[in-house]
Design a protein. Structure first.
Lengths: 495, 74
C-alpha cells in the first residue's frame, strides 16, 4: 500500500476509534494524531502522560519497573533489594540485558534477584524488621557490595513501612550508602514517574552523601564527560563509549549501564553531561546543571547521520583538539558505513516501518532506518511526555501516524491498514504480529542482539533488519493447499 | 505554590520547567527582567501564567524558585 495522505490517516484514526464507547472514544482521540511538521508544540495535536483507560490493553509498566528495572538495576556493584512480595523482582530478573563486566555474586550483582519475599505476617505486622535483618544478611554474604538500594513494591507504601529509618540506621551501621527508593508501583501513570523518583533518590541519597574517599583521589581533567541514560543493552554503552574516547574525551561515568556507584558519585566533577535517554534521566541532568553548573546536551548514536551530527555537537562544547578528534572519528568510520549501506540499502530501500517503544527510541532510531533507505510511517511512546513529542514531530514525516500509549486493538488495526514491512516494538506485541505475517523486531531488547548504538552497532542493526525483513519464512505464510490453482499448476509444470 | 526551575535555552531565552508535572516550556514574557528586579508575572508559550516574587536576578541560571500559578494552560 502506498503512503497515506493526511486525510486518509485522519479517516483511519476515526475508523479505528469507531468501536469504542462514547467516553473512551473521546479520551483516546486525544492520544492519536497525524504528524504535521508545521506544529511547534505537540500538545496542540497529542496528549500524553495520562492515566491509561481501564479495560484496554496497555503496554505500560509501573513505577517500580522504572526505578528498579531501568535506572537503579544496572548499577552493578550495588545490591538492589526488591522490597515486598517475591514476584516483582523475580519475573523481571535479568530480563533487560544490561551487560556488565565483573564476577556476578562476588563484586557485581546485576543479574541476581534480592527480595524480602513478603508474607502475610509482614503485611500485618510491618516489614521493617525483616528489611533490617535482610540488609545484615547481605552484608555477611556479599561483603564486596558498594551499597544497597531498597526498591519498594506496592505493599510498602500501602502499609506505611518506614524504610527511610531502616536505611539510615543500616547506612550508619555498615558505613555504606543504603538508599530507600519510594517507587511503589501504584505511583504515577506509567514507569515514567519511577524514573523521576529514582533520579530524585540519587540526588538526595547519593549526591547528598558526598562520597568521602573517592572524590579526593579523583583528578578532574578538561575533557571529562559522562554518558547519561545509556543502559548498555546488548553492549550499547560500550559501542558509544569507544567513539567518545577516540575523539579525545574521557568518559568518567556511565549511567547506569555497566555503571558503578563510584562513577555516579564522581559525575558532579565532569565538564559536560551527555544524555542519550532524555526521558529517564533528564531530571538528574537538570539538577546537576543547577547545582554543579554542568551543562547537558542530548545526543543520538543511532545511524551514521545522527552519530556524525551528535559527535560534532558534543565537540562544539570543547576546544579544537576535540573538534579535530570528532572529524577524525567520522572520517575513520566513513568507509565502514559506506560498505554497510552499499550492502544492505538495495535490500531494504523503500521498506516501511512502524515503531512503538519506550523512552527515546521512537524518535532516535528513525535516523538509523533512514540511513538504510527505509521510512518510518508510524511511531509512538508508551510513556513519553509532551516534550518527547515536541522532539518527535520534527523527526517524523508529514502525514505519519503518532500514537501515545496505544492500545492492543488500535495498534493491530493500524498495522492491518497501513501494512508496514516491519514493526519494531516489544515482546508482548511480537507474536501477535508475527502470526499476522508481519516481520517484527523487538526494539527494547534488540531481539537478543545488539549493540545498536555507534558505528559498530549500525552494522549489526542493518544486518538484523535485513535478516528479519528478507527472511524467506514470510513467503510461506499461506498453506500450500490453499494457494491459487495457477500457482499450483506452475509448480506442477516445473516439477 | 510550586517549585519551578528557570534556565536559558540554547537560543538564549528563558525556559520554564515544573518538575512536579514535567512541564517544560519557553517563557514568552517576564514582567521584570533587570539585575535589580527580576521576576513578577511570567507568561508561558502554552498560555499558562505564573508569578514569581520580584527579587534580585539570580547570579546564574538554572535557578529554582517558588512560583504561584495564576493561570494554567490545559
Amino acid at each position: 500500500m502506498s503512503n497515506l495522505t493526511k486525510e486518509q490517516a485522519e479517516a483511519l484514526i476515526a475508523e479505528v476509534l469507531e468501536v469504542y464507547p462514547e467516553k473512551a472514544k473521546k479520551d483516546r482521540t486525544k492520544h492519536l494524531a497525524v504528524n504535521d511538521q508545521s506544529i511547534e508544540q505537540s500538545k496542540k495535536c497529542i496528549t500524553s502522560n495520562r492515566k491509561s483507560l481501564p479495560g484496554v490493553m496497555t503496554i505500560r509498566g509501573c513505577a517500580y519497573a522504572g526505578s528498579k528495572g531501568v535506572v537503579w538495576g544496572p548499577i552493578k556493584d550495588m545490591i538492589h533489594i526488591s522490597h515486598g512480595p517475591v514476584g516483582c523482582g523475580q519475573y523481571s530478573r535479568a530480563g533487560r540485558r544490561n551487560y556488565y563486566v565483573g564476577m556476578t555474586g562476588v563484586n557485581t550483582f546485576g543479574t541476581m534477584n534480592f527480595t524480602s519475599d513478603f508474607q502475610e505476617k509482614d503485611i500485618v505486622f510491618g516489614g521493617d524488621k525483616k528489611l533490617a535483618k535482610l540488609i545484615g544478611e547481605i552484608e555477611g554474604l556479599f561483603p564486596l557490595n558498594k551499597g544497597i538500594s531498597v526498591q519498594s513494591e506496592c505493599p510498602i507504601g500501602l502499609i506505611g513501612d518506614d524504610i527511610e529509618a531502616v536505611s539510615k540506621k543500616a547506612a550508619v551501621e555498615f558505613d555504606k550508602p543504603v538508599v530507600p527508593v519510594r517507587c511503589e508501583g501504584f505511583r504515577g501513570v506509567s514507569q515514567s514517574l519511577g524514573h523521576h523518583i529514582a533520579n530524585d533518590a540519587i540526588r538526595d541519597w547519593v549526591f547528598g552523601r558526598d562520597g568521602k574517599d573517592i572524590k579526593q583521589e579523583f583528578v578532574p581533567g578538561p575533557y571529562d564527560v559522562s554518558i547519561i541514560g545509556d543502559y548498555n543493552i546488548g553492549g550499547d554503552a560500550w559501542s558509544s563509549r569507544i567513539l567518545l574516547e577516540e575523539m579525545g574525551l574521557r568518559v568518567v561515568a556511565q549511567w547506569s549501564g555497566d555503571g558503578t556507584l563510584a562513577e555516579i558519585e564522581l559525575t558532579p566533577k565532569v565538564k559536560l553531561n551527555l544524555i542519550h535517554c532524555y526521558r529517564s534521566m533528564n531530571y538528574i541532568a537538570r539538577h546537576m546543571e543547577e547545582k554543579y553548573n554542568i551543562p547537558w546536551i542530548e545526543y543520538n548514536f543511532f545511524g551514521p547521520t545522527k552519530i556524525a551530527e551528535s559527535l560534532r555537537a558534543i565537540a562544539s562544547h570543547f576546544d579544537d583538539k576535540i573538534k579535530a578528534g570528532a572529524e577524525a572519528v567520522i572520517a575513520k568510520y566513513q568507509p565502514m558505513v559506506d560498505a554497510i549501506v552499499a550492502k544492505y540499502k538495495t535490500r531494504l530501500e523503500g521498506k516501511r516501518v512502524m515503531l512503538y517503544v519506550g523512552g527515546l527510541r521512537p524518535r532516535h532510531v528513525i535516523g538509523s532506518y533512514e540511513d538504510l533507505g527505509m521510512e518510518v510511517v508510524g511511531t509512538g511512546y508508551e510513556f513519553g511526555h509532551n516534550d518527547d513529542y515536541d522532539r518527535t514531530i520534527k523527526e517524523m514525516g508529514n502525514a505519519t501516524l503518532l500514537y501515545d500509549d496505544v492500545t492492543g486493538f488500535e495498534f493491530e488495526e493500524f498495522v492491518k491498514r497501513v501494512k508496514p514491512d516491519l514493526i519494531g516494538s516489544g515482546i508482548k506485541e511480537k507474536y501477535i504480529f508475527q502470526k499476522m505475517g508481519v516481520p517484527f523486531r523487538q526494539m527494547h531488547s534488540w531481539d537478543y542482539s545488539g549493540p545498536y548504538h555507534g558505528y559498530d552497532g549500525f552494522a549489526i542493526f542493518a544486518r538484523d533488519m535485513d535478516m528479519t525483513i528478507n527472511n524467506p519464512c514470510w513467503k510461506k505464510m499461506e498453506a500450500p493447499w490453499l494457494k491459487k490453482p495457477e500457482v499450483a499448476e506452475e509448480m506442477a509444470k516445473a516439477a | 505554590m510550586a517549585n519551578i526551575m528557570i534556565r536559558r535555552s540554547d537560543k538564549g531565552d528563558y525556559v520554564f520547567y515544573l518538575p512536579k508535572r514535567d512541564l517544560e516550556d519557553t517563557i514568552v514574557s517576564m514582567e521584570f527582567d533587570t539585575p535589580e528586579k527580576w521576576g513578577g508575572e511570567i507568561k508561558l508559550n502554552n498560555g499558562g501564567a505564573y508569578f514569581i516574587e520580584p527579587q534580585t536576578a539570580p547570579e546564574r541560571l538554572p535557578y529554582s524558585v517558588r512560583a504561584k500559578r495564576l493561570d494554567a494552560a490545559e
